[in-house]
Design a protein around this ligand. Structure first.
Ligand code: ADP
Ligand code: MG
Length: 340
């Protein structure tokens, strides 16, 4: 066969394979967009585990007509102003999510910036764009996705039950809420309210949000982390060695506001607790790292859940020390004392 340039809708569908794995990935991309838009209140409504419907309503800055039309195009982003991949301060930057989602579902994007009299909506039905048409709405953006993978049976087949897709969505929203205490998050299933976490600001906001999301029990059985060392700032809360789990599902890691999975952080936690907990037990932690964005590469995987630190040793050292100091203050003294 001769080489041919693939049509745009097919390119989008291929890209969707990387970004849009399941309803929870759609929720993640859309809520991250709302956060990047400065939203203070984000409502996530789902039906049938998000497979039939996901509707995200935010009160962010919205989009004008031109931006709205561009937003669903591939490689269109407002977040990479300087073409600088080394200085990413937003959650998004690839400009792929809306185009990808629109290529494998029926997507409606409606938006009303603060200065507009009314909203406008654009629809992308499995890759075909129509609109914009006027839409009555509050200030902000409403994105509705229906019938995910209805026209991609090979992928629809791999989705799990509504119950487990709902569990995956809940996990995504939980992590986003933990990273953003100042935002009010509401998560609704088709027939019930699943989570409602009002915004918290000021001192103690993080601990209070962790209490909302992880439970008061965790907060009562953990110590606050506060450490700045070699350009690495460590915050969050670390469970007492007496408060452990049989698996690592209750360990949450955030780097520059993004929930991540990372071996360096997991290893640092293990090392920090090595003297206090058995190897088959896992401390509960909500660990927040802040570093210069230039020191970390988040462009490792399309879902951005993985990253690469430039200086792994500095990260590891800061985490181990932060936890050592916090636990020592609570009366737990390591055999190889935390002092250097
Ligand atoms: P990215 O987030 O990587 O830029 P997306 O495809 O997710 O790419 O979104 C494309 C663009 O659409 C964003 O850069 C942003 O300008 C705009 N956009 C998407 N969602 C929203 C929203 N909820 N509020 C305001 N603007 C949005
Ligand atoms: Mg995005």
């Amino acid at each position: 066969m001769p080489i041919r340039q693939l049509p745009e809708d097919l390119i989008n569908r291929i890209a969707a394979g990387e970004v849009v794995e399941r309803p929870a990935s759609v929720v993640k991309e859309l809520v991250e967009n709302s956060i990047d838009a400065g939203a203070r209140r984000i409502t996530i409504a789902t039906a049938n585990g998000g497979m039939d419907l996901i509707r995200i309503t935010d009160d962010g800055h919205g989009m004008d007509r031109d931006d709205l039309m561009l937003s669903v195009e591939r490689h269109a982003t407002s977040k990479l102003s300087e073409d600088d991949l080394d200085d990413i301060r937003t959650l998004g930057f690839r400009g792929e999510a809306l185009a990808s989602i629109g290529s494998v579902s029926r997507l409606s994007v409606a938006s009303r910036p603060a200065d507009a009299e009314t909203g406008l909506a654009v629809v992308v039905d499995n890759g075909r764009r129509t609109g914009p048409v006027p839409q009555a709405m509050n200030r902000g953006t409403v994105i509705e996705m229906r019938d995910l993978f209805a026209q991609v049976p090979a992928r629809r087949k791999f989705l799990k039950s509504a119950r487990s897709e709902t569990a995956a969505i809940t996990d995504v929203v939980k992590r986003l809420a933990m990273a953003n205490p100042e935002i009010h998050f509401i998560l609704e299933g088709s027939d019930r309210m699943m989570s409602n976490w009002p915004a918290i600001t000021g001192e103690g906001a993080l601990a209070a949000r962790l209490g909302q999301v992880m439970g008061a029990d965790f907060v009562e059985n953990s110590v606050p982390l506060a450490m700045a060392r070699h350009g690495v700032v460590v915050a969050g809360m670390a469970g007492l060695p007496t408060y452990t789990r049989a698996n690592s599902l209750s360990q949450f890691y955030f780097v520059n506001g993004r929930s991540v999975r990372d071996k360096v952080l997991v290893g640092a936690i293990r090392a920090a607790y090595a003297d206090y907990v058995f190897r088959d037990r896992f401390p509960v932690v909500a660990l927040y790292i802040a570093i210069d964005p230039a020191e970390v590469d988040v462009n490792v995987h399309p879902a951005k859940a993985e990253l690469r630190f430039q200086d792994q040793g500095a990260i590891r050292g800061a985490v181990i020390r932060a936890i050592g100091v916090a636990l020592a203050a609570a009366g737990f003294k390591a055999s190889n004392s935390v002092a250097e």
